[in-house]
Design a protein around this ligand. Structure first.
Ligand code: COI
Length: 360
């Protein structure tokens, strides 16, 4: 993937952790492999010292700018094991490019695309045995960029650490590929125009937690965000982009700066176009969604994300009412997309878009 020379320090046997082999016990983001990839950046030396080391604490100074001003951006991608025991990454370059754009928004220095790719590939190659065999499971990869300068003034940072973790995962939602209950959030907002919404940065997730907790206490899995100005236009779901199928047409909100440009979102749009299913990136108000539900034309709704894959929506909670979608069952379109996407990811189907990359 590149000319970067990556030093490897292997984790001693007696420090290795056990990871459940039973897929149903994995959950999401709880277990980590024994190694991590690390590289550092200094203004005077550029990116240097790419290495794989035993996973450990980072040795950050307590004054590191990430800890004070939230100078952090991250990515999420997955490696999948095929029935032939080969391992493949899915669209890793899109993640590397998105990290660059997120970093630009926070005036951070992103790793070059080939360093990102080389680090991910070398780490996954070393951790191959940790890519789960169980159905529906995968190795979630978390590239992370933090500002490490010890400095308390508010200015763009000069020193960065890029590191990559691997976590064997099952389904993001405990209920698996079952319809979710989504509460339309009418008070808090995730992102305003000109803000950080399209950057994959921890602050966006921090801002979401109060509403997420309220929703979960009320019996919902996640929230549906509305726009910050008018509280009318649908934006995205807590950890995924959102799609509606209304009267045969698939609609997803456009990327206008406040919405995360999801890799799965893009893949779903491309799959739908290749099937000649009408799909548009258009603004849609929550009133239009509710009117379609009342008229019986809201055929399906589903979230898309690396962690969430395709997650059908069974119920929208809005203004005190629960509105069912497709009788709270998985719809045919969500099922077809899930099968097509996972078919490509696990190499069960051909990969006409060349989305997957084998890991040597
Ligand atoms: C992902 O889908 O990769 C995400 O980053 C969502 C969430 C787990 C933060």
């Amino acid at each position: 993937m590149s000319d970067w020379k990556i030093e490897i320090e292997r984790c001693p046997e007696d420090r290795r952790g056990a990871i459940p082999t039973d897929g149903s016990k994995l959950g999401f983001g709880r277990h980590f492999t024994d190694h991590m990839f690390v590289a550092s950046f200094r203004r005077d030396g550029g990116w240097q010292d790419p290495r794989i080391v035993p996973r450990d604490s980072l040795g950050l100074d307590p004054a590191a700018m990430v800890l004070h001003y939230g100078l952090e951006v991250f990515e999420g991608l997955k490696a999948y094991r095929s029935a032939e025991d080969t391992i493949h990454l899915f669209r890793w370059r899109m993640n590397a490019e998105r990290m660059r754009r997120s970093a630009e928004r926070l005036v951070m220095e992103a790793p070059p695309i080939d360093l990102f790719g080389a680090g991910v590939e070398a780490l996954v190659s070393l951790e191959k045995d940790a890519v789960p065999r169980a159905e529906g499971c995968s190795l979630y990869i978390r590239p992370t960029l933090v500002a490490s300068d010890p400095f308390l003034g508010v200015r763009p940072a000069d020193e960065f650490m890029f590191y990559v973790l691997c976590s064997p995962v099952g389904a993001y939602y405990a209920s698996g590929f079952q319809p979710t209950r989504i509460l339309v959030e009418q008070h808090d907002v995730r992102a305003a125009e000109g803000g950080l919404g399209e950057a994959k940065t921890g602050a966006n997730y921090a801002a979401s937690l109060r509403a997420q907790r309220r929703a979960q206490k009320a019996g919902y899995n996640q929230v549906l965000w509305l726009d910050a100005k008018e509280h009318r236009y649908v934006e995205e779901v807590g950890t995924s982009n959102i799609f509606f199928q209304i009267d045969g047409k698939v609609i997803t909100p456009p990327l206008g700066g406040t919405i995360l440009p999801g890799v799965t979102r893009d893949s779903v749009i491309r799959l739908l176009k290749s099937w000649d299913v009408p799909v548009v990136e258009e603004r849609i108000t929550i009133d239009e969604v509710m009117a379609a539900a009342a008229a019986g034309t809201l055929e399906e709704a589903f979230g898309t994300g690396t962690a969430a894959v395709i997650s059908p929506v069974g119920v929208f909670g809005y203004e005190g009412q629960d509105v069912e979608v497709n009788g709270a069952q998985v719809g045919p379109l969500a099922q077809r997309l899930y099968d097509a996407l996972t078919g490509i990811q696990y190499q069960r189907e051909p990969d006409p878009f060349e989305w997957t990359t084998p890991v040597p």
